[in-house]
Design a protein around this ligand. Structure first.
Ligand code: ATP
Ligand code: ZN
Ligand code: ZN
Length: 804
């Protein structure tokens, strides 16, 4: 009998996305499992793959089938559920199955290849510079040649067939181990050793005598040196005598920097209680029900999450909590850790690769029961999930922008059906899609209309900045806001100032000829960074020093424009010299833990004003904040994004919600140049539903979601004509296949028409329900993968694009 593994291989751009059969050697057959990673030969090289099935037959003839080269995991890294989910994602998002599988694992377990140059002839045939390198070993990492500027010589040697270059799969994901000392657990033996030590070796004797009181213990060597008063040499000698041994112990890197105080459950308000009961009923009845928990800011949604999780844990099940990356603040994670302590793992992009891997392992090995994390934590490999929670469900960061282009909400609902458990989507400002589904009873709506402590919502004033200008006020602060800041400073209350930076950046402009500094590779202006006087492209990383003169007209009237947080900080210093300010933006939160430190300092009252960007809009819960000022409400309104109004409304509501959450009442000022826009006008009342009605009407008229579905097809090439040509071909082909109920807009140049030196064209498909669409798009992808790709075309399909 033979054993055959079906393997999904890590080869992108193969026209057919299917598993390949590999023969499993008899000695491997007993240990290989579905869900394990393997190395398999594919064409001329070895690649990483995932075993998706094991069988005892194959259609491939025995002289053609290749063997599995190496088994990388004795214990599978992917569960059956994950393999199923990958198949679904492949259909749902039109991606390669391998992309879906890789997305589920921490990067430490994903494929990493190293290029290795291997000597194929006598070393004397090589030029001297290469000889020197190959003398140490016949297999050398290509990086070494890169570093020593020998790539040209290497290329030549390759052409002459003196060397070969292979891709070697490198297995990352090292378990961290530390060295410990295990003391012998045998009193008779220890006594014998003591007796055997000569009196001249006093220190050795002293150590073994000490060990007699610590029989069988596993200890840190440093502790032994200190407590027994001996040197490492003495310990080494005693180990050689057999009184103890060195062992390697696995440890988890601990990303938590400080201890957390335990907190207890709060007595729920009536509204919270009703909500919890509804959710608990679904848990008890094992119903995969999706709840939309719509609660005003400060209504105590988090407390409901916590008590739901407690119920789930009591049933012996696990919980997944997703939080948008940006609001994954220490304050939020602490609220979970303070209730569930060591049972919580945290996953977010701030962790190192090793830390992420360790947090994942805690889940995989069943050491924790709760995961709090950003988008990709939705793939936490729990096997008995009791609830899945998405906090701030409206956040666009829940949608992944690269393949697989999944939305965490959809994956959550899929997993809830697999595990027969509820999903909770929580928000003070739900996405239009979710609220519309709740209205149609696809989701169950639960509303929290009051704040947890019955505090009133803050009062909101809209300030028309055009009027301020007319009155001669050219500052960034309106009279009203400035006055209110002064009052808080006098009363020693705290202030949050929010600078809306979405869709906004500082740029460098020549005042004489109007030239704006552009990226060399992208059709986009460079963003000015004051801290190092550089201009940087946020898409490709290109950066230059700010030139002293205009590159077009040589004028020296070159200035940067835009109100950055640093500029606001300077103005605060002028207007309120006594105010203590903490600034939180990309520049001040670069180093690990800085986020935490700033918030902690503010929480402890070390500053009067917290000035920041999007980062401070969510999650903050400090009792002494009584004033929120939004300096520039409009910037996010004018983006070429059909969700611009929705996002602006959400942001304004969220940031306003930071004020007056405890016993002191709150006040909010929203400064704007377009006070008449409904997204701003309606944020005054902080009432979601009127905004929802209004925005739904707009979407209906324009034919956008949730009334229509969207699919975005993007085609790029280094040559502008090729990009346009193939975008046209894609559109023609789609028109010939799809019914006339579907509208296809385009091809047109994309919003950013050139990115990283590639020209981009796109077409947008609007449709209602169209069973033919996915199969047709799959067909298009197949044409692309088998033909167009060879001509340098890149084509992507995004179902449910967030930005168009
Ligand atoms: N039942 C309760 N009794 C007393 N205090 C409560 C109760 N529920 C919540 N709180 C407190 O009310 C405050 C707001 O609660 P929480 O942060 O959970 O609200 P939220 O709905 O998540 O808010 P947001 O959406 O604005 O982040 C917190 O300080 C919380 O400790
Ligand atoms: Zn100029
Ligand atoms: Zn660029």
């Amino acid at each position: 009998m033979i054993t055959v593994a079906e393997v999904i291989v890590d080869v992108a751009a193969y026209p057919v996305d299917r598993p390949f059969d590999y023969l499993v050697a008899p000695e491997m057959a007993a240990i290989i499992e579905v869900g394990s990673r393997v190395k398999v030969p594919f064409g001329p090289r070895n690649v990483l793959g995932f075993v998706v099935a094991i069988k005892d037959n194959t259609d491939i003839s025995m002289n053609k089938i290749k063997p599995v080269a190496q088994l990388l995991d004795i214990e599978p890294v992917l569960t059956h559920e994950m393999l199923e989910l990958a198949k679904w994602l492949k259909q749902e998002t039109i991606c390669y199955e391998i992309d879906a599988l890789q997305a589920m694992l921490p990067s430490a377990l994903r494929a990493k290849y190293e290029k290795i140059a291997t000597l194929q002839t006598e070393i004397e045939f090589l030029p001297p510079a290469l000889q020197e390198v190959f003398r140490t070993s016949h297999k050398i990492n290509v990086k070494v040649f890169e570093k020593n500027n020998l790539l040209n010589e290497l290329k030549q040697a390759l052409n002459d067939k003196h060397i070969s270059i292979e891709n070697i799969v490198k297995q990352k994901g090292k378990v961290k181990e530390i060295r410990k000392v295990e003391i012998l657990d045998d009193s008779i033996k220890l006594s014998e050793i003591v007796d055997g030590i000569s009196n001249r070796a006093k220190k050795q004797k002293q150590l073994v005598l000490w060990m007699q009181n610590h029989q069988g213990e596993i200890m840190d060597p440093n502790v032994i040196y200190k407590e027994a008063g001996v040197s490492p040499q003495v310990l080494q000698a005693v180990v050689e005598l057999g009184a103890a041994s060195f062992i390697q112990q696995e440890v988890y890197r601990d990303p938590f920097t400080k201890e957390v105080k335990r907190t207890n459950f709060l007595n729920l308000t009536d509204e919270q209680d009703i909500a919890l009961n509804k959710i608990t009923a679904a848990i008890n009845e094992k119903r995969p029900e999706t709840f939309l928990l719509h609660g005003v800011t400060g209504s105590g949604k988090t407390e409901i999450y916590l008590q739901t999780i407690a119920k789930v844990l009591a049933e012996g099940k696990e919980a997944i909590v997703l939080v948008p990356e940006i609001s994954l603040t220490p304050q939020i994670t602490e609220r979970f850790r303070s209730r569930f302590g060591e049972l919580v793992a945290v996953m977010h992009s701030g962790l190192s690769v090793g830390e992420k891997y360790d947090e994942w392992r805690k889940v995989h090995e069943g050491k924790v029961k709760v995961v709090v994390g950003a988008r990709s934590a939705i793939f936490a490999p729990f096997e008995n999930v009791g609830v899945i929670i998405l906090d701030e469900e409206h956040e666009s960061t829940y949608k992944q922008e690269d393949s697989p282009r999944y939305h965490a909400r959809d994956v959550a609902i899929w997993r809830s059906q697999y595990h027969h458990c509820p999903v909770i989507l929580g928000s003070a400002t739900p996405s239009l899609e979710s609220f519309a589904r709740a209205k149609k009873n696809v989701y169950t709506l639960i509303s929290l209309k009051e704040r947890a402590l019955k505090q009133s919502l803050p009062t909101v004033e809209i300030v028309d900045m055009r009027e301020e200008l007319k009155k001669g006020n050219r500052s960034m602060f309106s009279m009203d806001l400035a006055e209110s800041i002064q009052t808080r400073l006098d009363r020693q209350e705290q202030i949050v100032l929010f600078l809306n930076r979405r869709g906004y950046s500082s740029f460098v402009l020549c005042r004489d000829c109007g030239t704006v500094l552009q990226c060399e590779n992208c059709d986009i202006s460079l963003t000015y960074h004051r801290s190092n006087e550089k201009c940087k492209c946020h898409y490709c990383g290109y950066e230059i020093h700010v030139p002293k003169t205009c590159p077009q007209c040589q004028s020296d009237h070159i200035r940067f424009f835009g109100t950055g947080t640093q500029k606001v900080e300077e103005e605060i210093a002028k207007l309120f010299p006594q105010a203590r300010v903490l600034r939180m933006d990309v520049d001040t939160t670069k180093t690990k833990g800085s986020h935490e430190q700033i918030l902690e300092a503010f929480g402890e009252g070390q500053a009067d004003i917290l000035l920041g960007t999007q980062m401070i809009a969510k999650g903050l819960d400090y009792p002494n904040i009584t004033l929120v000022g939004v300096l520039s409400a409009d910037t996010s309104l004018h983006l070429p994004d059909f969700r611009a109004a929705e996002k602006t409304f959400q942001l304004l509501t969220q940031v306003s919600g930071r004020a007056g959450r405890h016993n002191k009442p709150g006040e909010v000022f929203i400064q704007t140049y377009t006070p008449e826009h409904y997204a701003i006008e309606l944020s005054k009342a902080q009432n979601y539903e009127p905004f929802y009605e209004r925005e739904m009407h707009m979407r209906h008229q324009a034919g956008y979601p949730p009334y229509y579905y969207l699919a975005l097809i993007q085609v790029s090439h280094e040559d502008v004509l090729m990009a346009a040509d193939y975008a046209g071909k894609a559109v023609d082909w789609l028109r010939s296949q799809l019914s006339s109920n579907i509208s296809i807009i385009g091809p047109t140049a994309s919003g950013i028409s050139r990115l990283q030196n590639r020209y981009r064209y796109q077409c947008l498909i609007k449709y209602k329900i169209e069973p033919e669409l996915i199969p047709t798009l799959m067909q298009l992808i197949k044409i692309y993968r088998s033909d167009w790709i060879k001509k340098g075309i890149l084509l992507t399909v995004d179902l449910d694009p967030t930005m168009i």
